[in-house]
Design a protein around this ligand. Sequence first.
Ligand SMILES: N[C@@H](CCC(=O)N[C@@H](CS)C(=O)NCC(=O)O)C(=O)O
Length: 228
Amino acid sequence: MRLVIGAKWSSTWTMRGWLACRLSGLPFRTETLFLSRPDSKARLAEASPTGLIPVLEHDGFLVTDTMAIAEYLWELAPGCDIWPADRRARTVARMSASEMHAHFAELRAALPMNLVKRWPIANGIPSNVKLLGRPGVEAQVARVQKSWRQTRAAWGQGGPYLFGARFCFADAMWAPMASRFRTYSVALAPDAQAYAEAVLSHPFVAEWVAGAEAEAREIGWDACAAWP
Ligand SMILES: N[C@@H](CCC(=O)N[C@@H](CS)C(=O)NCC(=O)O)C(=O)O
């Protein structure tokens, strides 16, 4: 299998697709398609029927969209770590992943993912107040925390993740959100902070972040950290 990904330090959806592949336990290789090059649009059109990445290729069959990729991999490797074993837990995990997939447009636009950036804090005040004050952002930051809290309260006993001890694709879907909160020094409630830190410390997430850092060193750390 081959997964087409974007720049590791900034591509949220391809990070999720890559995490789905890792959770499946199946062998795969990646191919990087940087989205800001002059030929990117043409390469995207060639690589993906939707013109979006990630795209998974398996024996000539193309799967686009992170949710569909996760479901396809689950069907190839049923019982893998993508979804919890219990049917209801699995449904709630799909609900959680779908909420992330479909919502939070304002938050995502205001705080683009940048895995190598850290917003500076001066005298205890983050210099990101303007971004956090954009319409809709505060309410969406609150909803994200509530979503994590609701799921963990019902299913998260026995471990730091949404469904306890096993990190699943729902956690993977939220990983870029957790990284945004870290990058922009968003003040979270203690339970949400602990969950975000657990997600960012998961070995697969840490592996992707290490790849992002290596990539940024190659491209030019300061240029990457200055974006957007
Ligand atoms: N709903 C899609 C979203 C995919 C998406 O927006 N991917 C971005 C990269 S992270 C993309 O391909 N953008 C194309 C472009 O910027 O031209 C999914 O879940 O995979």
